[in-house]
Design a binder for this molecule. Structure first.
Ligand SMILES: Nc1nc2c(ncn2[C@@H]2O[C@H](COP(=O)(O)OP(=O)(O)OP(=O)(O)O)[C@@H](O)[C@H]2O)c(=O)[nH]1
Ligand SMILES: [Mg+2]
Length: 304
């Protein structure tokens, strides 16, 4: 955390942790990126995009809010990966000052209800209704009715409506969260936006592109490993392996004449250069490693 003298802060300064939880695809990562004003957590149309907890730090003159973006809570097929993801969500909720429970406006499903049942009893939970830009949420009365229905199922400490994608009412959400934090000095330097390493962020960016450019099923059967990450002559040299489950999945990732992999690595490189504010040399290739989603030891190696 600090290697310099502790900062002077005005009286009443607050600092604390917020876990962002919810079923897959409700917009948790999009919301966190907007809260901190930088894209550090990957997002996609597909469910189960976030696989690791990602910390995002927001600092202003009155408070420091440390957000923990979690994987969408899994309710269907059980395997070692899903069990581990859920374990991580439960762990992320313990020890925080407040939980932001994110749902989609006008859509409360059994999967949302399952997450609701996992929410802690002794930590305040703020209900965050996202995607209010959608047409079906434009009828105000219907939206109020919807919210009243969800509130009847749990004793929420408050409710905020937002559109993460369009950056609507994000400041309201920040203000609503601050009173739940403890008074105290910031834990992280004010210019720090995440506690994740550049190595981790590079890996996540490649994963986002795989989600974006591959079919429905494939991204779930793969993982990404950073084999080398070094800084040399003002350039980042990054070597990343994409791990697939079966030999026949390899050509799908590579594409005709290597086109798909080229597109994935070019886009990933551009995102990395923006985030790291430096030139990047990136090499991405594909390797086969079967059954990884069910191999607990392998998940441990990956730090999941
Ligand atoms: N219309 C609309 N779409 C949104 C909004 N917020 C997020 N989305 C979209 O919802 C999809 C899922 O967003 P993510 O942020 O990846 O969702 P997530 O909850 O982190 O998903 P997992 O990590 O898989 O649990 C993406 O296509 C987003 O662009 C919003 O406010 N309005
Ligand atoms: Mg996510």
């Amino acid at each position: 955390m600090y290697d310099t003298p502790l900062p002077d802060v005005p009286p009443g300064y607050r600092c604390g942790f917020i876990a962002i939880v919810g079923r897959p695809n409700v917009g948790k990562s999009t919301l966190m990126n907007h809260l901190i004003g930088q894209k550090i957590s990957i997002t996609s149309k597909k469910a189960q995009t976030t696989r690791h907890k990602v910390t995002g730090i927001y600092t202003d003159d009155t408070a420091q809010l440390v957000f923990v973006d979690t994987p969408g809570f899994q309710t269907d097929h059980r395997n070692a990966l899903n069990d581990r993801l859920n374990q991580n969500v439960t762990e992320a909720m313990s020890g925080v000052d407040v939980v932001a429970f994110v749902i989609e406006a006008m859509r409360f499903t059994e999967a949302d209800r399952t997450v609701l049942k996992q929410l802690p009893r002794h930590t305040p939970v703020l209900l965050v209704v996202n995607k209010i830009d959608k047409d079906k949420a434009k009828d105000r009365l219907a939206l109020e009715h919807f919210i009243a229905g969800v509130r009847a199922e749990f004793d929420f400490a408050g409710v905020e409506v937002v559109s993460a994608k369009h950056g609507l009412r994000i400041a309201n959400l920040l203000s609503a969260l601050k009173p739940f934090l403890r008074e105290g000095i910031p834990l992280y330097p004010e210019d720090m936006v995440t506690d994740k390493s550049s190595r981790f962020l590079a890996m996540e960016i490649v994963r986002e592109k795989l989600f974006r450019y591959l079919g429905e099923e494939l991204p779930y059967a793969m993982n990404v490993e950073v084999e080398q990450f070094k800084e040399e002559d003002g350039l980042y040299h990054i070597y990343i392996a994409v791990l697939v489950d079966k030999e026949n999945q390899k050509p799908i990732v590579i594409g005709k004449g290597g086109e798909k992999l080229k597109k994935i690595s070019t886009e990933a490189r551009l995102d990395m250069e923006k985030l790291f504010e430096t030139k990047v040399f990136l090499r991405v290739w594909v390797k086969v490693k079967s059954g990884w989603a069910d191999d607990v030891r392998f998940l441990n190696e990956l730090g999941l």
